[in-house]
Structures are given as C-alpha cells and as structure tokens.
Design a protein around this ligand. Structure first.
Ligand code: SF4
Length: 307
C-alpha cells in the first residue's frame, strides 16, 4: 500500500488530517500487513537516527530573557568560535522543539531524532516515533515497546538493539516482561564493580561477601543505596596489612576500613556478558545491523562482544 504513495503525499495527509488520524492510518496499514501474514510480530528491532531540523543555528536565542542578548551570527551552519551555545541555555526561535545534537563526524546542528522499530522477520515498520534531537536513544524505548505490544504484537518474544539501549534499567525491565534480549551492555553503565576481580577483590556469591588480596572478608554493610551494595573490611584487618599501598579498595578514613561497592545489577550484567559471546547473540546483532543500518558486522568495526 505504501509503495503507491509519494513521500509528499504522506506529508500532506499528516498536515491535513493531523497527527492522530495519521497515526491511525499508519496503524491500519500495519494491521493489514498482519492480516495478510506479512508481520509475525515475534521479534523486534529498533534503531534511532538524527535528522536535521529546518532551523539554523542563528535562530538560537537565550532562554533566560535577562541573559546577555547579544547574538553573534555565524553562517547558519556552524556557530562562531567564541559563541557558547547549549540546550540548557538556548532555544531556537523558529523551531523551539529542535535541539542541538551531533553524531561523531557530523556538525553540531539543530536536530530531531526518529526512533524506528521494525518486525525483524519482514522488516515492516511497526513504530516510528519522533523526539527532539537531544533525546537519548534509550529514553523512549520501554514506552515504545509497550505501545507496540498493545497495538500489534502481543506475541512478542525477543528484542534486538545496539548497545545504546543496553542499560541496566532497560535490560531488567525487558527481563521482567519475559522478553529475550539481544542487546549488548552499554559498558559505561555496567559499573566499576564488574572489574572488581581484576582489582584484587573476588566476590563470593554463596556468602555474599568479597575476599581481598590478603584473604580478608569484606562483609555487606547494611547501608542502603538505590543501585548498589557496599562491603567493608574490619578496621583491624587493614591496619597491619602489608598491601595497603597497592590495595585498590576505597578508603574510609574515619573508620580506617576499606570498602568496595557492587551494583545490584551485577548478576544481570554477568548473564548478558556471557550471552554476548554466543553465536546466536552475534548472529542477531549482525542481522539487526544490515536490516536496520544497511551495514555488515565487519564494516561496523566495533566489537560488541569483547567488552
Ligand atoms: S588493605 Fe585491607 S582490604 Fe586491602 S588487601 Fe589489605 S586487608 Fe585487604
């Protein structure tokens, strides 16, 4: 059905009938695809793309009316070198919904972000959601999954995405929905605790304690943190220790003890890290790359499974 329509026709339909009717039109098309057996709806892939807004950098004005209003003009594509602009302080006068965003190798400019979800099997687009450019890829993910589950795909079994979506909260939410995930861990969020064995502390999951290089136990300290647990030595353990200079445990000067933190998501990270090395995981990511980005795994040049 879509092949018969020009892009401009779709734009006109949206402008004439409004967003709600346009969404119904889009959903109707997907439902026809489902009725015809084109969409299985068991596996979902997602990706986000930045698109340039139709607004120049020269349209940015300070948000605070009291702020200095002197605006040095650039050429509309790049700001003058001495002009400091950010989403926190500036907003476009001509397109207030567009925000500054950039991707490596591209110019910083005003942008939007399109979050697209496809049926992995047929590559039919199930959801297309537009946010401002500065929105992180993962921010809308769970709400879009819920929308797709409700609208089209109650038999969804698995989701495939790149590491931008691999945060602890997303992975744990998807696990609670009994969805199989093929999403590499977003390493920046996997927490320092993941490298603790290399730092000289080994976790004992039976006793829920760490053992340090000197063989002393660090016991769980009953202080509550939202995302981690803390483990302490006894003061007497460290005072006489000969490894004090090289020990990488954090120092609590007042009590003269060492401590380490362990993220509450560590078991989840370890499980996903193990799955990331399996052939099925690599195969799913490879498939996502060429289906959503038109690239091969080798062309991507990144190693999703080695870190
Ligand atoms: S300083 Fe304390 S925590 Fe570090 S190795 Fe020595 S006893 Fe263990």
């Amino acid at each position: 059905l879509l092949y018969g329509l020009q892009k401009t026709t779709l734009t006109r339909i949206r402008d004439r009938f409004g967003e709600e009717v346009f969404s119904q039109f889009f959903e109707k098309i997907v439902k026809i695809c489902q009725e015809k057996g084109l969409v299985k709806g068991e596996s979902l892939m997602i990706d986000s793309t930045l698109i340039k807004a139709n607004a120049s950098l020269d349209s940015l004005i300070p948000k605070d009316p009291e702020a200095k209003t002197e605006i040095k003009k650039g050429n509309g594509l790049t700001p003058p070198p001495d002009r400091k602009i950010s989403n926190a302080t500036h907003q476009s006068q001509t397109d207030p919904d567009a925000t500054l965003a950039y991707k490596k190798g591209t110019l910083r400019s005003l942008k939007y972000k399109v979050h697209t979800s496809i049926d992995s099997d047929s590559r039919v687009i199930l959801d297309c959601f537009v946010t401002t450019g500065a929105y992180h890829d993962s921010q809308a993910y769970i709400s879009r999954i819920e929308h797709i589950l409700k609208t089209f795909s109650r038999n969804l079994k698995e989701v495939i995405a790149d590491r931008a979506y691999g945060s602890a909260s997303i992975l744990s939410t998807l696990a609670s929905k009994k969805l199989e995930t093929y999403i590499p861990i977003f390493s920046g969020r996997s927490g320092r605790a993941s490298s603790l064995p290399e730092r000289g502390f080994v976790y004992d999951d039976i006793k829920d304690q760490f053992i340090c290089a000197e063989g002393k136990a660090l016991l769980h300290y009953p202080k509550t943190f939202s995302d981690r647990k803390r483990y302490h030595t006894k003061a007497a353990d460290c005072i006489t220790c000969t490894q004090q200079m090289t020990c990488l445990g954090n120092v609590k000067k007042k009590e003269k003890v060492r401590y380490v933190d362990r993220t509450i998501y560590q078991p989840l990270y370890e499980e996903v890290k193990e799955r990331m090395t399996t052939s099925i995981f690599i195969q799913k990511l490879t498939e996502r790359m060429w289906k959503m980005e038109g690239r091969t795994y080798v062309e991507d040049g990144r190693n999703y499974c080695g870190s």
